[in-house]
Design a protein around this ligand. Structure first.
Ligand code: KG4
Length: 267
């Protein structure tokens, strides 16, 4: 996750502090990067990651049987199909609307979509595995709902960081990275928040932010340059399978309960 957050500095001159939104098949978090090894965790997914959810929805819609989508990942297939659909066909509610924090949730939405697909299969007289004529509308509605959820949490994170003087009041940088950040619709939704808050959105090129080898190597270079955590002896090192990212201040964020202004998500 640290490597994910820092990869942007491989291609752009981004100074600390900046806000990082990491959205992939396995992770979903908002963190403030204050230094190479200095992070504040503002919020994370309480269940599954957005990419995992999009992959499950795509599988449920059998998009691998769609001639235009068979070679795509679930998220890519939904983005592609959503262009042909109407996002207003189904009224899916963004998750956790009442919780004024920066945490995320995707499994509830996934179950709602599962039920919707089942209902459409009945209506259209299709078996599981057959393509639905409503698939593009479902893809558009799901993508829109996920984009709004990510955008609203990011909006709150910016306001929280500014309230605490953790980010500059103007021209702050927000970095979106991970496989899901390559979704152009999601980037546009984040763009609406950037306009409203006068922030700049940066997204490392997908070729970099999906290559763990490059990301970890860059993380090593950053640490070497900063003289942080680079050991010259391997003797006595203890390995841990999981390492939390920075200091978790998600409780402070929830306690601040910042109300975010409604933005028109006209994308
Ligand atoms: O960061 P990543 O390559 O790797 C891991 O999570 O391991 O992310 C992969 C995830 C998959 O769930 C995939 O469906 C999603 O990113 N993804 C997308 C798009 N391209 C890949 N999700 C939404 N829109 C896309 N265009």
């Amino acid at each position: 996750m640290e490597a994910h957050a820092l990869t942007v500095r491989l291609t752009s001159a981004v100074d600390f502090p900046f806000l990082a939104l990491l959205i992939s098949g396995g992770h979903c978090l908002l963190a403030l990067a204050r230094g190479v090894s200095d992070f504040l965790l503002l919020g994370q997914s309480l269940d599954i990651a957005p990419g995992d959810m999009l992959d499950k929805v795509a599988r449920r819609l059998s998009l691998m049987n769609h001639p235009e989508c068979s070679a795509m990942s679930g998220g890519e297939a939904l983005e592609h199909l959503a262009k042909q659909g109407n996002k207003l066909s189904f009224d899916l509610k963004p998750p956790m609307q009442r919780a004024k924090n920066c945490d995320f949730s995707f499994s509830g939405l996934q179950h709602v979509v599962d039920k919707l697909v089942m209902q459409k299969e009945k209506e259209e007289g299709r078996e599981q595995g057959q393509l639905l004529s409503a698939a593009a509308d479902i893809a558009a509605a799901v993508q829109h709902t996920v984009a709004c959820h990510l955008a609203r949490r990011t909006h709150r994170a910016i306001l929280f960081c500014r309230q605490r003087d953790l980010l500059p009041q103007k021209d702050a940088v927000v970095v979106a990275s991970g496989g899901v950040a390559s979704n152009l619709y999601i980037r546009k939704a984040l763009g609406v928040v950037m306009n409203a808050t006068e922030c700049t959105l940066l997204c490392p090129p997908p070729s970099l932010c999906t290559d763990n080898g490059i990301m970890i190597a860059w993380n090593g270079i950053e640490r070497l340059r900063a003289g942080l955590g680079v050991l010259h002896e391997t003797e006595g090192i203890r390995y841990e399978p999981k390492c939390p990212l920075g200091v978790d201040i998600s409780r402070d964020v929830a306690e601040a309960a910042i109300k975010i202004p409604r933005l028109k998500m006209e994308i």
